[in-house]
Design a protein around this ligand. Structure first.
Ligand SMILES: *Cc1c(COP(=O)(O)O)cnc(C)c1O
Length: 361
């Protein structure tokens, strides 16, 4: 069986270096807000090309903290794609703001720039872009709208480590970006971890306080903050993997290109080939009109698949106030999408097997 994702295998090449880093943290005797975090923040800011990086507890809290730090009026609306992982929406509502969902572009699966303007009201203050499945959003028309309507641009870059738009990295395309380093992401920790990147020094300063009880000087609190810090252990482990991220992404791209050129099953709708320069290929998502049968047939041929995601946010019980809304394309995608195995340690033979199985089903 080819598993959809095998994290043990993904981390195996780095085991010796990860153990060494873990040992270094253990013997240092310092586990929260120390030099491993500072070093990681410098490394990740350099990788993304931003002036600032702040390590936080996870990706969801990175989104929430950005929206708290932006200090938007309490009744503000935030535009967000309807086709996304629930964390994008939770990050907005956890900050006390109102998400306004927008359909995706069927050609990219990311927010449709053509459909943004019709959702703008006098309360719209920001747009949360999601570089879904590893593909950067179409920034040019979005930037024009943001400028015209004075909207802040926030990126949910949880699936787009290393993706670029016109040479610039995801994480450096708006006012601030949220990263998750959940183990399965392209750059994955061995536990929960996240970060915010930004070029805005004031925003960076506020997030530094907010993640640590709203305090700069211990026991003196400037704001009502939270406890959401990236610990020394995860920071040290992530630092080990940053130098390998580009090579890992390149391997993902080689596999994705083979899928794109060799999958010929007429019932399988392939994802768009690379639209902008660099796709992070976090997931390889195809569409099939009879998804459950297709997945079962692949399983019988030894290929495990997953669904990202089975229920759109506006149809979740957690968001009953949005259940009456209709986003036909989002709903269709949620019915049809299937993610094939795609990770750097997948061997060429396994890629052959996946292609053969998909073409035979
Ligand atoms: C993983 C993910 C998140 C949340 O990250 P966590 O670290 O699990 O909180 C947010 N948005 C998207 C698009 C994600 O894929």
């Amino acid at each position: 069986m080819i598993p959809h994702l095998d994290m043990g295998r993904v981390n195996r090449p780095y085991e010796a270096e990860l153990s060494e880093a873990a040992q270094r943290v253990l013997t240092s005797g310092w586990y929260i807000l120390g030099k491993e975090l500072s070093a990681f923040e410098a490394d990740w800011a350099r990788y993304c090309g931003t002036r600032h990086c702040l390590g936080v507890g996870n990706g969801l809290e990175a989104i929430t903290l950005i929206f708290k730090a932006l200090e938007l009026p309490a009744d503000s609306e935030v535009l967000v794609p309807a086709h996304t992982y629930i964390a994008s929406i939770l990050g907005i509502t956890n900050a006390g703001l109102t998400p306004v969902m927008v359909e995706p572009d069927p050609a990219t699966y990311t927010i449709d720039p053509q459909q943004i303007e019709q959702h703008i009201t006098e309360r719209t203050r920001a747009i949360l872009l999601v570089h879904l499945y590893g593909k950067a959003c179409d920034m040019e028309p979005i930037r024009q709208l943001a400028q015209q309507y004075k909207l802040r641009i926030v990126e949910d870059a949880a699936q787009a480590h290393g993706a670029t738009y016109q040479g610039q990295k995801a994480g450096n395309l708006g006012d601030a970006a949220a990263f998750s380093f959940y183990p399965t992401k392209n750059l994955g920790a061995l536990g929960d971890a996240g970060a915010v990147t930004t070029n805005d020094p004031e925003l960076a300063r506020r997030i530094t306080f907010l993640r640590n009880y709203g305090s700069e000087v211990k026991y003196y609190n400037e704001m009502q903050g939270v406890n959401s810090r990236l610990d020394e252990m995860q920071a040290a482990l992530l630092r080990v993997k940053i130098p390998y991220l580009d090579a890992d992404n390149q391997r993902r791209q080689v596999i994705a290109r083979r899928f794109l050129s060799e999958i010929t099953n007429p019932d399988v709708q392939l994802p768009p080939a690379e639209t902008w320069d660099q796709d992070a290929w976090h997931l390889f998502v195809v569409r099939h009109p009879r998804r459950e049968l297709f997945m079962k047939a692949l399983q019988e041929r030894g290929v495990q698949t997953m669904i990202h995601y089975p229920v759109p946010p506006h149809k979740q019980k957690a968001y009953q106030e949005y259940n009456h809304l209709s986003f036909p394309l989002t709903e269709q995608l949620h019915r049809e999408v299937v993610s094939l195995p795609l990770y750097p340690t997948l061997t060429d033979e396994e890629v052959d097997q996946v292609i053969a199985a998909v073409n035979a089903c």
